[in-house]
Design a protein around this ligand. Structure first.
Ligand SMILES: Cc1cc2nc3c(=O)[nH]c(=O)nc-3n(C[C@H](O)[C@H](O)[C@H](O)COP(=O)(O)OP(=O)(O)OC[C@H]3O[C@@H](n4cnc5c(N)ncnc54)[C@H](O)[C@@H]3O)c2cc1C
Length: 401
């Protein structure tokens, strides 16, 4: 029995074999071998999006294929299947460029792009999938490069839905954006003790502020009732914390002017919004970078009801983390090249996560808590209902391992 390290620790792979691949040829050989032996194949990059364990099949570990090459003239990066967004950011930054990455540098390029990619500046940039130039794939019979010109239908599926069964992405060519004028950081308000209902005023202030913003400002909010655990910083332990993450492409002066009403509406405990080096962009949402067990889901909505927002800050009980990302702007416009991204008709994406997996919070209880928060937003759900990137952990009703 063997397993591969994973950001998601609530699900454990139990493959009959693991192949650690270093190039496309290795992947082709692994797929041919799996076909010969009748083994199901699972691909593992970082495990952020792990939902179903590999049970008795062949696990292909792409982590070593993390090479990133940047063409600063074409403004593209070619990222191997094992690359994370942190790898691409680091390679692009010396050229004054940035990829359309999301909130956590440890997320893998391939999994994120397959879901469409809700980037830090999604309202200015559009979905990350809009910036993909080509996807390189391995199959048991060899390799293929898919682009808008070579196979428009499959290229659309690869950007929003993911590769067909039996295909493994070996590299992606993605467009890069300029980082001039990038501003970002967080506005933090401690709402009180985690075990008493919080004041929703700061959350309402954020929601009201987003209703009239130009496309160059993207923001999201998170509400985290931190447990009283010794490994957490003292100022967070046992506290309910609201954080607004902001990324603007409009430069410091314009961003400060646009932020002024939100800065004035709430007595913020911390404000780190300032010119942003993309290499420091993890500070925008300050998400945990250590592996843990989490499950969750999301709903795409055309607006935010006040009752739903109040439920987010007033609830007590088992820990639930709520994140709301503001969409619209360029994320709401049709792409130049057809894709299958969900969320173009949504104004916000509400995602709810819960830690699970010990005696205190069994899986079913964690799902109930998540669904209880999501229900508060369901009345405004769009036709597409949810975005696949924010479904985490074991399926409802399915044991975790
Ligand atoms: C802390 C955190 C922050 C996040 N922030 C954002 C965000 O800001 N925006 C956003 O859009 N999403 C975000 N996500 C969601 C994330 O994009 C998805 O979970 C994504 O699936 C992770 O991809 P991965 O490669 O890191 O993970 P993995 O779990 O390794 O892979 C995810 C899926 O893709 C498959 N896969 C991976 N590599 C390949 C390959 N080479 N070929 C074929 N299939 C492959 C895997 O089999 C698996 O099914 C976040 C997730 C977490 C946990």
């Amino acid at each position: 029995m063997t397993s591969t390290r994973s950001f998601q620790t609530g699900i454990t792979h139990r493959p009959s074999a693991v192949v650690t691949v270093t190039g496309a040829d290795d992947v082709v050989a692994a797929l041919a071998r799996a076909g010969h032996d009748g083994l199901a194949v699972t691909v593992h990059a970082t495990g952020h999006g792990l939902r179903r364990p590999c049970d008795g099949g062949l696990l292909i570990d792409t982590a070593p294929m993390a090479e990133v090459t940047v063409d600063p003239v074409a403004r593209t990066a070619r990222a191997g299947a094992g690359a994370t967004w942190g790898d691409v950011v680091a390679a692009a930054a010396p050229h004054g460029l940035r990829p359309p990455h999301g909130s956590a540098p440890s997320v893998g390029v391939v999994g994120y792009l397959s879901g469409g990619g809700l980037g830090l500046a999604v309202r200015a940039d559009g979905w990350a999938a809009d910036h993909v130039h080509a996807v390189e794939l391995a199959r048991a019979g060899g390799t293929v490069r898919v682009s808008a010109a070579s196979d428009p239908r499959y290229f659309a599926r690869l950007r929003g839905t993911g590769p067909d069964d039996g295909d493994v992405v070996t590299a992606v060519v993605v467009g890069l954006l300029g980082s001039d004028g990038l501003v970002g950081g967080g506005l933090v308000r401690v709402l009180g003790d985690a075990d008493t209902p919080g004041d929703p005023a700061a959350l309402h202030a954020w929601a009201d502020w987003t209703s009239a913003l130009p496309d160059d400002v993207t923001s999201g909010v998170s509400v985290v009732p931190y447990p009283d655990l010794p490994f957490l910083p003292a100022h967070l332990r046992g506290r309910r914390v609201l954080r607004v993450g902001v990324v603007s492409t409009g430069g410091p002066g314009r961003t400060d002017a646009l932020l002024a009403p939100l800065r004035a509406a709430v007595a913020w405990d911390d404000d780190t919004v300032a010119p942003l080096d993309p290499r420091a962009s993890a500070r925008v949402y300050a998400e945990p970078e250590f592996p843990h067990a989490y499950l969750g889901d999301d709903v795409l909505v055309d607006g935010l009801d006040r009752d739903g927002l109040e439920r987010v800050v007033s609830r007590t009980g088992p820990m639930v983390v709520t994140g709301i990302r503001h969409l619209g702007g360029r994320a709401g416009r049709a792409p130049a090249v057809a894709d299958t991204v969900r969320g173009r008709d949504a104004a916000y994406c509400v995602n709810v996560l819960a830690p699970f997996g010990d005696d205190a919070v069994p899986t079913q209880l964690a799902w109930r808590e998540v669904d209880d928060v999501l229900d508060g937003f369901a009345a405004r759900a769009t036709r597409e209902r949810s975005h696949p990137a924010f479904r985490f952990g074991p399926h409802r009703g399915v044991p975790a391992s």
